[in-house]
Design a protein around this ligand. Structure first.
Ligand code: PLP
Length: 360
């Protein structure tokens, strides 16, 4: 039996041709493909600026530097996220203040409000699994506290809140182009989007050694640049993004129908949100058994994420408090295969195996 992978990035002739054309152009770093991709992505999100970088982790760090974050600043962030969200905050020398999850697995704005202090400078909501956070609640919180909001959109290209794309609500938003993401460049890559001229200029400078021109280094930056071969892939993917997200949504609806009635928590879409199903995450106390059952049938699953960020050894020094909802959910969540490259037949095969597991 062939394996059903968790995710399958698309590979076809149009993408290969785009790569070959970029190679032939002999312009490889921050060249015309990068500039076009930046302009097209900014337009897609509805933001004034887009700054490409070589990962979302780098993009988050650049943005935090652009926002002027300094040692001792506190940043409200959900624990239930990929660790890089937290890592960028730590790398910017700020303190992550861990917030519990709500019933949609995203940041609980009430818990965030309770954890704010006079040292709070910002909030980093994460549109996890492709589901937008409650943007009104997150934005309301940031404005009541008088702090900035930086959206982690690494898993949510094309997701929307009240018909407006994520990444356009905060002072800035950051996307990842890692191979499994809704928009990939078939390698590492990331982008910052913002309407703020100053943040954009600072991020552009910092990603390229702090340079304002070829010879002048205004400040100490780093090499966090992007490249034209991957930007060429990103441009093809961006043109397909809405269709790929529609496909993901159709596959998710197929799972919803096939798995209804089982003793299994299914993903729920938050009112006013357009979920783009970066991941299809189900929930059961029998998670480990179900994962083993599917593995035996050549079906790959994942856990996003088994160890919550606030329980990672790397952040022990912040002495994070317990987060009951997060700690409960991480033992029960299981990610089933989904991507723009999956077929309906594959989803049906996975759903059939899950039904078998529950004796249905
Ligand atoms: C929510 C979230 N934030 C940040 C990142 C970091 O992205 P990258 O791998 O592009 O650095 C990821 C990637 O897994 C992510 O899922």
């Amino acid at each position: 039996m062939t394996q059903i992978p968790l995710s399958r990035p698309p590979v076809d002739d149009e993408i290969k041709q785009a790569v070959l054309a970029a190679i032939d152009s002999r312009q490889y770093i921050l060249g015309p493909q990068c500039r076009e991709f930046e302009a097209e992505l900014a337009r897609y999100v509805g933001a004034k600026h887009c700054i490409l970088s070589n990962s979302a982790t780098a993009g988050l760090w650049l943005t935090l530097r652009g926002l002027g974050v300094k040692a001792g600043d506190e940043i409200l962030v959900p624990s239930h996220t990929a660790f890089p969200t937290i890592e960028a905050i730590c790398f910017a020398e700020a303190t992550p203040v861990f917030v519990d999850a709500d019933e949609f697995y995203t940041m609980d704005a009430h818990d965030a409000a309770a954890k704010a202090t006079p040292r709070t400078v910002g909030v980093v909501p994460v549109h996890l699994y492709g589901q937008p956070v409650d943007v009104d609640a997150a934005r309301g919180l940031a404005s009541r506290l008088g702090v900035w909001m930086l959206e982690d959109c690494a898993q949510a290209h094309g997701a929307a809140w009240k018909d407006q794309k994520v990444g356009s609500f905060g002072r800035a938003g950051v996307f990842s182009f890692y191979p499994s993401k809704n928009l990939t460049v078939m390698g590492d890559g990331g982008a910052i989007v913002t309407n703020d001229d100053e943040i954009a200029a600072r991020c552009r400078r910092l990603r390229d050694h702090g340079r304002t021109n070829k010879d002048i280094h205004e400040e100490v930056g780093f090499n966090l640049r992007f490249n034209d071969i991957q930007a060429a892939i990103g441009r093809v993917m961006l043109r397909r993004l809405d269709a790929m997200n529609d496909h993901r949504r159709a596959l998710a609806a197929r799972y919803d129908r096939a798995l209804a009635g089982l003793p299994l928590g299914l993903p729920e879409e938050r009112p006013h949100g357009r979920h783009v199903y970066h991941l299809y995450v189900v929930r059961t106390p029998r998670r480990n058994e179900l994962a083993a059952f599917l593995k035996a049938r050549n079906i790959q699953t994942g856990i996003h994420y088994p160890v919550p960020s606030h329980r990672q050894p790397a952040v022990e020094k912040f002495a994070p408090p317990p987060l009951p909802t997060t700690e409960r959910l991480v033992d029960e969540i299981l990610t089933l295969p989904i991507s723009a490259g999956h077929t309906e037949a594959e989803i049906d095969a996975v759903a059939k195996a899950v039904r078998e597991f529950f004796g249905a």
